[in-house]
Design a binder for this molecule. Structure first.
Ligand code: COA
Length: 391
C-alpha cells in the first residue's frame, strides 16, 4: 500500500431482530422434511422483525456500540447500503444519524445494488479514507429479506444489520488493493417499486451467482490478486449457507484447485454460523460471515481472507483482506452471540401476522405498539412521516 498505513475495517458490530422463527416450525407448518432446510439449504432459523423494528432500528442498534467506543469526531461520512429501503428519496442513514446524535458536519447517503451494496460502500469508504487518512467512514448494511408466504424463497428470509468503521491503521482487517468486479444484466431477483416482497427465479439466481463468481475471480486475477491456496478462509454472500459451499466448490473447480471436503469446511465452516441462525440479511450477509469468522475461528493473525460479494441483477466483487495482529482484543463476540440468543421464538401464526403487516397509506396517525426490547424503535407513521425513538 505504497508505504502508507493500511486502510480497512477498524470495528464491526451487528444487530438483528426481536423475534426468531425456527425452520422446524416452518417445516411443521408447510409439511416439509426439516432436513431440506437444515441440510439441503443449511438454515436453522430466521430473524423476524417486530412491528416496531425495521432497517433503521437495526442499523442504529448495530452502529451505536461503535460510536460508544470510538466517538464520532472523525466520522464525516455515513453510507447505508440496503435493498429494503423505507423511502424512495430520503436516505435511511439520516434517521440513523439522528438516533445516534452524529454531528451535522456529516455526509449521509444510501446505496443500492441488491445484496452487493455494502461492498460498494466499503470500497467507496476506502477511497474516501485514501483522500484524507484522518477521516473515518461509518458503513452500515441493513436489510429485511422478505419473500411471499408459501414460495420457495420463504425459507431463505432473515434480517440483520452490520455496521463497520472504516479507517486508516485498522484494528481488525486490512483491505488489499486488487479487486475483481463483474456486472451482467440478468433478472434473477428483483423487487418492483409497487411490491413489498421480492420476485425471484431461485435456480436462475444460483446459476447467475456462480457465473458472477467466475467473472469476478477472472478480473481479480487480472488485477494481480492472490492464488486460491493463499487464503485461510472465504466470506461469501450467503442467501442460505449452503450457497457458500456451492460457490466455493465452483470457484475451486474453475481454478483447477483440488481441495478435499476437510479443506473446504476449514475455509468456510466458521463463516456460516451466524447466517445459519439469522437467515438471509441481503447486504449484511457477507459481513455477518466475517463477524462469525473473526468471533469463532482460532487465531487468524496475518491470514488472508477472501470476500465474494454478490448482488442479483447482477454485480459481484472479489477482494481480499488480511487480519491485523491483536484483532481479538477489539471483537464483540459476546454481544454478537447475545444478539442471536436474545431473540424470542414465535409461532407460525405470529410470524404470518408480522409478514402480512403493512402501514395504511392514508397519511393518518398510526402508532405502533411497543414490542421490541432493542435500543431503538419505530414509534409509528404520522402524516406519512416515519417516527423513530430510543426505546
Ligand atoms: N433432505 C436433505 N436435502 C434436501 C431434502 C431433504 N429432505 N430435500 C431437498 N434437499 C436439498 C436439495 O437436493 C437441494 O440441494 P442442492 O441444491 O444441493 O441439490 C436443496 O435441498 C434445495 O432444494 P430445492 O428443491 O432446490 O429447493 P427449492 O426449490 O425450495 O429452492 C432456493 C431453493 C434456494 C432456490 C429457494 O429457497 C429460493 O428461491 N430462495 C431465494 C433466492 C436465493 O436465495 N437465491 C440464491 C442466490 S442469490
Amino acid at each position: 500500500m505504497s508505504g502508507e498505513a493500511a486502510i480497512g475495517i477498524h470495528d464491526l458490530s451487528f444487530a438483528t431482530t426481536q423475534y426468531v422463527l425456527t425452520h422446524a416450525t416452518l417445516a411443521a407448518e408447510t409439511g416439509t422434511d426439516v432436513a431440506k432446510y437444515h441440510v439441503g439449504i443449511g438454515q436453522r432459523s430466521m430473524s423476524v422483525p417486530a412491528a416496531d423494528e425495521d432497517i433503521v432500528t437495526m442499523a442504529a442498534a448495530a452502529a451505536a456500540p461503535i460510536i460508544a467506543r470510538h466517538g464520532a469526531d472523525r466520522i464525516r461520512t455515513v453510507v447505508l447500503a440496503t435493498e429494503t429501503s423505507v423511502d424512495q428519496a430520503k436516505a435511511a442513514g439520516i434517521y440513523v444519524h439522528s438516533l445516534l446524535g452524529l454531528p451535522s458536519a456529516t455526509r449521509v447517503v444510501e446505496l443500492k445494488q441488491a445484496c452487493y451494496g455494502a461492498t460498494a460502500a466499503l470500497q467507496f469508504a476506502v477511497g474516501l479514507v485514501h483522500r484524507d487518512r484522518t477521516q473515518q467512514v461509518l458503513v452500515i448494511a441493513s436489510d429485511v429479506s422478505r419473500y411471499e408466504l408459501g414460495s420457495p424463497g420463504e425459507a431463505t428470509q432473515g434480517a440483520a444489520a452490520v455496521a463497520m468503521l472504516v479507517g486508516a491503521d485498522p484494528a481488525l482487517v486490512r483491505i488489499e488493493d486488487p479487486s475483481g468486479v463483474f456486472t451482467a444484466d440478468v433478472m434473477d431477483f428483483w423487487r418492483p417499486n409497487y411490491r413489498s416482497t421480492a420476485l425471484v427465479d431461485g435456480q436462475e439466481s444460483i446459476s447467475a451467482y456462480l457465473q458472477a463468481v467466475e467473472g469476478a475471480w477472472k478480473d481479480y486475477t487480472e488485477q494481480g490478486g492472490r492464488e486460491p491456496g493463499e487464503f485461510r478462509a472465504f466470506c461469501y454472500h450467503q442467501p442460505f449457507t449452503k450457497m457458500a459451499y456451492k460457490a466455493h466448490k465452483h470457484l475451486l473447480h474453475h481454478c483447477g484447485h483440488d481441495a478435499d471436503e476437510g479443506e473446504i469446511a476449514r475455509s468456510l465452516g466458521h463463516t456460516t454460523t451466524y447466517n445459519a441462525d439469522v437467515g438471509n440479511s441481503y447486504t449484511a450477509s457477507t459481513y455477518l460471515g466475517l463477524a462469525a469468522l473473526l468471533d469463532d475461528a482460532d487465531d487468524l493473525t496475518g491470514e488472508a481472507i477472501g470476500f465474494l460479494s454478490y448482488g442479483s441483477g447482477s454485480v459481484a466483487e472479489f477482494f481480499a483482506g488480511t487480519v491485523v495482529p491483536g484483532y481479538r482484543a477489539h471483537l464483540r463476540t459476546e454481544a454478537h452471540r447475545a444478539a442471536i440468543a436474545r431473540r424470542q421464538d414465535i409461532d407460525y401464526a405470529r410470524y404470518r401476522a408480522l409478514h402480512e403487516h403493512s402501514f395504511p397509506a392514508d397519511g393518518g396517525d398510526h402508532p405502533v405498539p411497543r414490542e421490541t426490547t432493542g435500543p431503538y424503535r419505530m414509534a409509528g407513521l404520522l402524516g406519512h412521516k416515519r417516527i423513530y425513538e430510543p426505546r
